[in-house]
Every structure is written in structure tokens, then in C-alpha cells.
Write a protein that binds this ligand. Structure first.
Ligand code: AMP
Ligand code: MG
Length: 421
């Protein structure tokens, strides 16, 4: 079989190029975890006025040269408009006490932080309205114009782009949305993923049913893949289905899944065995094979196809992952998650895995991209979790993720690291 793609990224891109984001939902109010389908623009300047970045004293030019006691003539508090003061009058007579976030009075050119002043409280003998006095400490004279003032529009000008379409809304993006008064927005629809496991060896244990036999296995892939899809905030709860190793039954299950989902993930039945019907069934359905077999371990038999019911219908990706639990899980993280992000409308759908070094890479090399389970043991440092191969789901559960080494490498890296979600 022709292994068309040298690198997993190229194989993923070849499918991603063919699929478009799913539909759009208008006026969504629950935006956390969703992907914006419209750009968000600032409704006003951020900040909306010149505001103080400190608790201190707003001063007019020239007031620092005044020695001795200066009267505090007004207070600026957050949530109130600033007092209108005439510079000539104020510069002669006093300063304005200001609190963080309050609007700086017109004409003031800086804010001297409290710590750089000596403050005297008003006494009982003073006028009831007196706000006390201050004197400058030497540090105050080192200040420059503009000090401690957050300028109107310095974050963003009203009307400018705050968040482009294709942004995944997490907590920081909520700050921006809230700040610009966005309560609802158009988002991409949640991606519907179907997970189909295959194999006659799967036990269906139920109340009162026969106990599991040694020639049967429990269906772990189904729940592993469901957990991965569930962890994506932009998917609906995936649909789980199972098919025996029988072409007609398999075709029925796939057709049903594809009709009501945006992507289908299959596990098992993609190798060269006599009971591996997934590639031929998909081919007979008219799916277009993008890749079958990649220079990859584990998961070499992986199958990537796209399916379009009619020429007007959306192109849907279908991944056939090998049945071995480690292959299926790593394959789902590496191949399925980016494609689902693309379907979900995430503009930056390509993963940016951090790089980690291996404490000990061992001496073995492979002429394939090698995905190896690791445990993080320090900042940017991982150790290999040595298991019994692609069926060893026990050791996989003791890992934090996997690294990917290119063909023939066996050094410490650093290598791209894909954490489990
Ligand atoms: P296959 O790719 O169908 O040849 O399966 C390879 C191996 O993975 C076999 O040992 C299967 O028993 C195992 N396997 C297949 N499907 C699952 C599943 N859903 N859960 C756990 N193991 C599986
Ligand atoms: Mg099988």
C-alpha cells in the first residue's frame, strides 16, 4: 500500500483542506467554550477614559515644584465622573486624591502614587469638608508626564477588532466580551461526532447475562474516545455505536452515523486481516480515501477518508483507527481532535504541542514516526512509560500523554508533547 504522507501533519492537513466548519447558530448567549462565527468589535474605547492605575494624587503640570503642605481639594472615585477643576486655581491650591480605576480629571498629567507622598489627615479643628494635606517625598519628583495613567483607548479603539471569528471562547475571551457589552453572538454549531467500535470479540455484559469469557474483551475504545470528544467544549455528547465484523451490518451502522453526524470515528477493522472490513465498506459507500497506512507507530493501518452524500452536502471526515487501545487513543488525539477543531470553526485548529525533553530516550530507533507514552517529571522534562505495546492500556493509564519522535531518532529531543485530555 502506498504511504502517501511522510508526516502525520501532512495527512491531517489533507483531510482538513477538504472540510468546512459546520453550521452557524445565531444569538448564542452561553458563549463559554463556543467558537465565534462573527468578529467582535469594541463598542467604545478601552479604557473609555484616561483612568488612574494607582491610588494616589492626580496633579497638574507644575505642582511637583511646590514644597510644603498641599491641600487635597477633591476626590476622584471609580464609578463617578471626575470633578471639573480649573488648572490655574488647582495648581495654585491643591491636588486631587484619586483611586485606582477613577477617571483622571481633565488637565492632570500624571498620578503620584500614595507611597510617594506624606499624607496628613484632616483634624477636628479643620473645616468639615477638608480632605487633609500631603507633601511630596523625593521619589515623586522622579515622575514623568503620563505616569500611572491608563490612556483612553490604549487597549483598543472603539470600532476596532477585539476578537476575530474563529476564536474559541475561554475565560480571557469572556473578559473581552463582557467588557464590550456582548451578551450574545453567532457561534459555530456544536460538532456531532459518532464513535463506532467494531469487533466480534466485544462482550455485552448485562444484568443476568453470561459472564465475560476469556475470548471476549470489554469495549474500552468506545469510552476512551467518548472521553476525548466530551472534553472538547465545542462538541455535543458523542453517539456510541458498535458493529460486528460483518460488512452489511457495518455499512448499516456507518450509514446511519454519517447521516446525522459531522464526523465519524471508527476503531478496529482497518488492518489487513480477513475480518477487517472498514476500508472496503467505506470504499463501496463511495468515500474517498485520503490515506490508508501511515509511517506511524502505533497505528500504522490508520485510514482517513472523506465522504460526501451528494455534491451539495458537506464533506465529512471519517477516521478508521486501529482497534488496539493505545493506537486508537493516540490516533484520536493526534488525528481526530484537530479535524474536529477545524469542523468546529476554530481558526487556529492546528495543534501547537509544547516541546519536552526525554530523560532517557533509550537506544532503540524506528524508521517511523513514533508516538511514545510519557510521564511528566519536571518542567519540560518527561520520562518514557514503557508498556507492552499497543494493547497495553494499563501502562497508558499511567502516562500523562505522548511524545512524537520522527523516524530514526533516539535522542532526548525536545519532542512535541501531546497531553491527554
Ligand atoms: P483490530 O484493529 O480490529 O484488529 O483490533 C486490534 C486489537 O484491538 C484486538 O486485540 C482487539 O481485540 C482490540 N480492540 C478492538 N476494538 C477494541 C475496543 N473497542 N476496545 C478495546 N480493545 C479493542
Ligand atoms: Mg477487529
Amino acid at each position: 500500500m502506498n504511504e502517501t504522507f511522510e508526516h502525520p501533519d501532512a495527512a491531517i492537513a489533507a483531510i482538513a483542506d477538504r472540510v468546512l466548519p459546520v453550521g452557524v447558530e445565531l444569538g448564542c448567549e452561553d458563549l463559554v467554550g463556543r467558537v465565534l462565527a462573527e468578529s467582535i468589535h469594541a463598542d467604545r474605547d478601552s479604557p473609555a477614559a484616561d483612568v488612574s492605575a494607582m491610588d494616589g494624587y492626580a496633579i497638574f503640570p507644575g505642582q511637583l515644584s511646590q514644597s510644603g503642605e498641599l491641600n487635597v481639594v477633591a476626590e476622584c472615585v471609580p464609578g463617578s465622573p471626575p470633578p471639573e477643576l480649573s488648572p490655574s486655581k488647582s495648581s495654585g491650591s491643591g491636588v486631587v486624591r484619586i483611586f485606582t480605576g477613577a477617571v483622571v480629571p481633565r488637565g492632570c498629567d500624571r498620578v503620584i502614587q500614595r507611597e510617594h507622598t506624606i499624607e496628613s489627615q484632616a483634624t477636628i479643628d479643620d473645616d468639615a469638608a477638608s480632605l487633609g494635606t500631603i507633601r511630596w517625598k523625593p521619589q515623586a519628583n522622579e515622575s514623568q508626564p503620563g505616569l500611572n495613567i491608563r490612556r483612553r483607548g490604549e487597549n483598543l479603539r472603539g470600532g476596532d477588532l477585539a476578537l476575530p471569528a474563529g476564536t474559541l471562547v475561554k475565560s480571557p475571551q469572556m473578559a473581552s466580551l463582557a467588557n464590550f457589552g456582548i451578551r450574545s453572538a453567532s457561534v459555530y454549531s456544536l460538532v456531532r461526532v459518532a464513535i463506532i467500535t467494531t469487533g466480534d470479540e466485544m462482550a455485552s455484559e448485562g444484568d443476568g447475562g453470561p459472564p465475560i469469557s476469556p475470548w471476549q474483551i470489554r469495549n474500552s475504545n468506545s469510552l476512551t474516545l467518548a472521553a476525548l470528544i466530551d472534553a472538547c467544549s465545542y462538541t455535543v455528547i458523542p453517539t456510541l455505536a458498535h458493529s460486528p465484523d460483518e460488512p452489511e451490518a457495518l455499512r448499516g451502522v456507518i450509514e446511519q452515523a454519517i447521516a446525522s453526524h459531522d464526523a465519524v470515528l471508527l476503531t478496529g477493522g482497518v488492518s489487513m486481516g480477513d475480518h477487517d472490513y472498514v476500508p472496503s465498506v467505506l470504499k463501496n459507500m463511495g468515500a474517498e480515501t485520503i490515506f490508508h497506512r501511515l509511517p506511524l507507530r502505533p497505528g500504522r493501518p490508520i485510514l482517513g477518508v472523506v465522504y460526501q452524500e451528494t455534491s451539495q452536502a458537506p464533506v465529512k471526515p471519517i477516521l478508521g483507527l486501529p482497534g488496539n487501545p493505545v493506537s486508537a487513543t493516540m490516533g484520536a488525539v493526534r488525528f481526530a481532535l484537530p479535524l474536529i477543531a477545524k469542523l468546529a470553526g476554530v481558526s487556529d485548529w492546528n495543534p501547537h504541542p509544547p516541546l519536552v525533553r526525554l530523560e532517557d530516550a533509550g537506544s532503540k530507533t524506528l524508521p517511523l514516526h513514533w508516538m511514545r507514552a510519557v510521564r511528566m517529571i519536571g518542567p519540560g522534562l518527561a520520562e518514557l512509560v514503557i508498556g507492552q505495546g499497543s494493547g497495553d492500556l494499563v501502562s497508558m493509564a499511567q502516562s500523562d500523554g505522548f511524545i512524537e519522535m520522527p523516524a530514526n531518532a533516539n535522542d532526548e529531543g525536545p519532542w512535541p508533547y501531546f497531553a491527554w485530555s
